[in-house]
Design a protein around this ligand. Structure first.
Ligand SMILES: C[S@@+](CC[C@H](N)C(=O)[O-])C[C@H]1O[C@@H](n2cnc3c(N)ncnc32)[C@H](O)[C@@H]1O
Length: 259
């Protein structure tokens, strides 16, 4: 089985399992509260763009379309692309439930070779998918389809924290993750590679203490809320200290295509 077939099989299966708690939830609300800060950051980023009503936005590796829908609700005209049809079906379903089909177009395709013309999009959002791709091909495609001066909003997992890497390795051994994805979690050097095509405008780092709180959310529910806010504040303070960034679980990087 080649890499793409393996990804399709894995994500088709995951989409059928779906977590009941996140079913039908949109954008940052579909993520555990303690780990939702980077997703909220991206939603606010799009919300605060002045011309968002006219934006053509691509959700690169869109999965179940939950974030595509959140972006469409901000006003953007969204195209979501993903290789897993069963995953995309969830997006179609949710978008029709919300009568958003006129603002969202889901396309089955390979992000490393997309069926879009050059310079088709003003902004490209990509959350949690870059580790699925051949990075050089993905950056090249992002550069091809985004308009000059356009933005890439990249939200992904960072692969330096040894404890988190141990957890990934355990999940790999348990068959819950694919070897390619575990080996290609992004490092700082992978973010740097974007400079071949883009200017890096900002990089933000998220989730250190929050990661240890997240597993308890399902058990203690709303009682966790004050604790979650406290831990998110601690994370903010932690990442204001130099040399802590590599310990982050997530990062958000804003890239701008040179004109
Ligand atoms: C971890 S999920 C992230 C989904 C979504 N962006 C999110 O944040 O919920 C990764 C997605 O990338 C998709 N994917 C993997 N390889 C792909 C490829 N070569 N082309 C398009 N999509 C791909 C998978 O099907 C999966 O839906």
């Amino acid at each position: 089985m080649d890499r793409f077939q393996e990804q399709i099989k894995h994500y088709d299966k995951l989409s059928q399992q779906g977590s009941e708690s996140s079913m039908g939830r949109i954008g940052s609300d579909s993520v555990k509260k303690s780990l939702s800060t980077p997703y909220k950051y991206c939603e606010d980023f799009v919300k605060n763009l002045s011309n968002k009503q006219d934006l053509e936005l691509l959700d690169f590796g869109c999965g179940t379309g939950s974030h595509s829908i959140a972006m469409a609700l901000q006003g953007a005209k969204v195209t979501g692309i993903d290789i897993s049809q069963l995953t995309l079906n969830k997006g179609y379903h949710l978008a029709s439930q919300l009568s958003l089909n006129h603002r969202i177009n889901f396309v089955r395709g390979n992000c490393e070779q997309m069926p879009f013309k050059d310079h088709s999009f003003d902004i490209i959002y990509c959350s949690g998918s870059m580790f699925c791709f051949d990075l050089d091909k993905a950056y090249k495609e992002l550069n091809r389809v985004v308009r000059p001066g356009g933005l890439i909003v990249l939200l992904d997992t960072l692969g330096h924290n040894p404890l988190l890497n141990l957890n990934r390795w355990i999940k790999l051994k348990m068959g819950k993750k694919i070897e390619w994805s575990v080996k290609h979690i992004m490092k700082m050097s992978d973010i740097e590679k974007a400079k071949k095509y883009f200017d890096i405008q900002h990089i933000y780092f998220f989730d250190f203490f929050s990661v240890f709180v997240a597993p308890f959310e399902g058990i203690f529910g709303k009682f966790m809320l004050p604790f979650i806010y406290l831990v998110q504040l601690l994370d903010k303070l932690f990442f204001s200290i130099p040399f802590t960034h590599k310990m982050a679980f997530k990062f958000v990087c804003i890239l701008k295509k040179r004109v």
